[in-house]
Design a protein around this ligand. Structure first.
Ligand SMILES: [Zn+2]
Length: 96
């Protein structure tokens, strides 16, 4: 039996099957803050589609990267290398 029930993404307003949506309560708090800043009606009981989630995730990663490069002069070479690894992990890793 297939479930054809569709639910709207609160962010873009398009309808998706539940497998393509993520409930707000499972979104990282820092990303949730960012989403609700753009979409005040979005909350822990609302849903966001994977496309929108990826959009906010990349914004979130860029924010983290910006904070890492903000004070390069305070980072010694070893820590700098760790920072590079962390950046690679953030960019390549799945932050779910
Ligand atoms: Zn959406």
């Amino acid at each position: 039996m297939t479930n054809h029930h569709k639910t709207n993404c609160t962010v873009c307003g398009k309808s998706f099957s539940m497998s393509d949506l993520r409930p707000g309560r499972f979104v990282r708090p820092l990303m949730a803050d960012r989403i609700s800043a753009d979409h005040p009606e979005w909350n822990a009981d609302a849903y966001i589609c994977h496309g929108d989630l990826n959009h906010y995730r990349s914004q979130y990663v860029q924010n983290v990267l910006a904070s890492l490069v903000e004070y390069p002069s305070r980072i010694d070479p070893v820590a700098q290398r760790v920072g590079d690894d962390e950046r690679d992990r953030l960019v390549d890793g799945k932050m779910t």
